[in-house]
Design a protein around this ligand. Structure first.
Ligand SMILES: O=C(O)COP(=O)(O)O
Ligand SMILES: [Mg+2]
Length: 234
């Protein structure tokens, strides 16, 4: 390796794939304002990979002023290089959600349901819902339930954030293994497996902790900031 390449490899920042809830937020679910300076200064691609419906990470990218490279709905929606793709069966998830409600379940969103209004590939249910009934109905519809710590997601099996990372990485001319992942819950496990190095923040659930290469001491954005601070060249 030439001296210049060596210096570059020592100082260049890796591409990132970042979960949002529990990772870029504080313990009250609010976006940590330090997200802005950290991500705006990052000298490599930043991919937001979330269980949230598509408009949320897109909007965050807009206001951060970063490229729209987004994995939403747990891998159900992927946007990279101006191309959007959808995986997963919202109609089946909706039929299961309707059956859940018919049997006395409650999706738990009072008033305007901004959680599902723009959701294209799955249905999300509040954590106050009857989990046993939800899992029973999901199985009858050949769907799975993923608990992110923020919601239950009624989703098509096999649709995962980690597959979305494959799509995004190839559109960027990168390999998923070049990415550093940070996350906090079971919906990040597939990302952790696909990425080169995976960090779980201290508030992460057992599945994310087990799948991570490193569990950091800090919780929420404090943990994320410690990883970004150790990797960043700036
Ligand atoms: O939408 C959720 O339930 C969790 O979102 P996250 O994947 O950004 O943590
Ligand atoms: Mg999360």
């Amino acid at each position: 390796m030439s001296r210049q390449a060596l210096v570059l490899s020592m100082t260049s920042e890796p591409p990132l794939v970042l979960d949002i809830d529990g990772t870029l937020t504080d313990d009250a679910g609010r976006l940590d304002s330090r997200t802005f300076p950290y991500l705006q200064a990052w000298n490599a691609p930043v991919v937001l990979a979330t269980g949230k419906a598509f408009p949320y990470p897109v909007t965050l990218c807009h206001y951060l002023g970063i490229e729209l490279t987004v994995i939403a709905e747990n891998g159900g929606v992927v946007l990279a290089d101006g191309q959007v793709s959808y995986q997963g069966d919202r109609e089946r998830a909706q039929a299961a959600a309707d059956a859940f409600v018919e049997r006395g379940g409650d999706l738990g969103w009072d008033g305007f349901d901004d959680v599902n209004e723009w959701r294209r590939t799955e249905v999300a249910v509040d954590l106050s819902a009857d989990e046993d009934l939800l899992r029973t109905v999901a199985a009858e519809f050949d769907l799975e339930v993923v608990d992110t710590g923020y919601a239950y997601h009624l989703k098509t099996p096999g649709v995962e954030k980690g597959d979305g990372l494959g799509v995004v990485a190839s559109s960027l001319g990168r390999s998923p293994s070049e990415f550093v992942a940070i996350g906090d819950s079971e919906n990040d496990v597939s990302t952790f497996r696909a990425a080169g190095t995976a960090y779980a923040v201290a508030n992460a659930d057992a599945a994310a902790r087990d799948a991570a290469d490193v569990v950091v001491d800090g919780s929420y954005f404090d943990g994320t900031a410690s990883v970004l601070g150790s990797l960043g060249s700036t």
